[in-house]
Design a protein. Structure first.
Length: 130
């Protein structure tokens, strides 16, 4: 296991702890202050995973680290908890994430390089490093 994989595993453990109560968090994600705080924690994890600079945009670090935005993850987990099929919820997450990146005004260089997030997430090669 290489260093990116180790860092990503640690980030996923922390993220799993946050998402454990996703049905409760789902209603709270309408609160912009709370969403910003959750995004800040996720941002730190993603910066550590990818070893990018702190000045990277929120859209870019999530795509590079292949970690969807926390509010979309919370929404996905809440849908699954409420009985929606897991595959349908995951497809909805990917579509919402792709649309968010496409319409964002920041992270444009990352979007030019990584136009399809699903392909990037499912790649069988390459590690992110400086």
């Amino acid at each position: 296991m290489n260093s990116e994989s180790k860092r990503k595993t640690l980030a996923c453990v922390m993220q799993s702890q946050t998402l454990y109560t996703a049905p409760v968090w789902n209603n709270a994600t309408n609160n912009k202050v709370l969403t910003r705080k959750l995004t800040r924690v996720q941002r730190l994890m993603s910066i550590r995973v990818t070893r990018t600079y702190r000045t990277i945009s929120a859209e870019a670090f999530g795509v590079i680290a292949a970690i969807p935005p926390i509010d979309l993850l919370i929404n996905e987990r809440a849908k699954i908890y409420n009985g929606q099929n897991r595959a349908t919820a995951q497809n909805s997450l990917r579509a919402n994430w792709q649309e968010r990146c496409r319409s964002s005004t920041t992270g444009r260089w990352t979007h030019r390089i990584i136009t399809n997030i699903s392909n990037w997430q499912n790649r069988r090669y390459g590690e992110v490093d400086y």
